[in-house]
Structure formats: structure tokens, C-alpha cells
Design a protein around this ligand. Sequence first.
Ligand code: RET
Length: 250
Amino acid sequence: MDVVSGVTEGTRVVLWIVAAIMILANFAFIAMSARSRDNNRHFFYASAFIPLVAASLYFAMASGYGTLVQGTHTFYFARYIDWVITTPLLLFDLTLVALPRFPGRGALIGILIGSDVYMIVTGFVASYIRSEYRWAWFGFSCIAFVGILYIIGTRLMAGARQRDPQVRSLFTTLAGILAVLWICYPIVWALGGEGFGVISSFWEAVLYGVLDICAKVGFGFVLLSSPALDRVETTEAQTPSGLPSFSSGD
Ligand code: RET
């Protein structure tokens, strides 16, 4: 079998296909930005940048430069470079939909992104280490992940409840997509070569590929094609009296 840097031919084909889909998504999101407005253009920039980053790192893996051969095991380290850049941007999008511009959402964005970077970096360490100690790092990463889901389910949800019904329902859809897809990542990790090794590296590449396409491209399409996007940065949280609320952020 033709193997380049530990990547077999079948897996390379999968990686090339995902790279191609990501670059097409980047073009599509750039084209969609024609309908953006000044107040929501950042969503288009972020959504287009996410598949561009993924395309370049899938390209690296497909061409044999995104892997590390560790004995009989191939570690696809480029995934973590992709995720450490793209997952904060996805959380950034979600937070902007949930919370109004005022009275400020910076602290929550900082906490979410900090925890997310920690989750990916500890996940990288778990993957790099081949001894049983990797499970401790997997555990650290999972703790941060639970924290992220907790903040989304509590603080962001509470913020979204105070918003325009269309914006609220966009948030609920995006948060649902994000939670369901993101939970699959540690499951694939545990089943794949870094964890228990019960699925082949080919199927691991297929599963991560499908997840990455749904979490980046699917999420981006839902966000950018929503009519509620125009209302996200214009509506403020409402108190029952209709006055802007000063309590839903910090
Ligand atoms: C790892 C392994 C360690 C434990 C946990 C993980 C979580 C990874 C996640 C990745 C999400 C990636 C996305 C990429 C697409 O844009 C690192 C697999 C908890 C949640 C959404």
C-alpha cells in the first residue's frame, strides 16, 4: 500500500476531499458576504476564515506534512492547529448571537475562548503522549469541555432568552448543532488510534471529516443564511418594560 508520512492512500483521498469541500465553503461564504451589512459583516469574515484554516491544514495532512509517525502510530497533529484556531471563532459567533452588544460580552468571550484553547491544547498533549498518562490529559480536556457546555447552557442561554424571538431561535438552533457535534469529537478520539484504537485510522479520518464539515460549514450556512442575522447586532436585551437590560452581561 502507498503510505506517505504514515497516511495510507485511502485516508489521503478522504483528506483531499475534505480539503476541497472546505475551500469551496470558503468561496461560498465570501460570495454570501455580498448580502452582509456593516453591523453583521464580522460573522461572514469569521465563517469564511474557518473553512480556509481547515482547508490549509487538511491540505497539510493530505500531502504528508501534518502528521508525526510514532512507531506504528500516526499522529495527525495538524488537526489541533486547525481546531485551536477555528473552535474559538465558532464560540465567538455563538456568543455574539446570544448576547447583545451592550452591556458587554467581552469577559464571557474571554473565558470561553481561554477554556476552549486549554481544551484543545490538553487534547493535543493527550494525543502526543503514547503512555496511559494520556487519559489524564484527556480528562483535563474533558473538564474544560464540560465547562464550555455549562457556560453555553447557562449564561449564553439566559442572555439569548432576553432577545428578539428570531435571534433566540437562531441561538437555540446553533447551540444545539454545536453541542451535538462537539460531543462526538471526544467519542471519536476515545474510539480512534489515540484512545482505545477500536476504529481504523481510515474511519477516524472519515468521522472527523464529516464532523468538521458539519461543525464548520453546516454551522456557517445556518448562521449566514438566517434572516435573524440582521437583527443580532441591532436588538438589545429587553426587560419586561421594554427598556434595555443592564443585567445580562458583564
Ligand atoms: C479532544 C480530545 C480530548 C478531549 C476532548 C476533545 C474535544 C475536542 C473538540 C473539538 C471540536 C472541534 C471542532 C472543530 C471544527 O470546527 C481534543 C478530541 C474534549 C470538542 C468543532
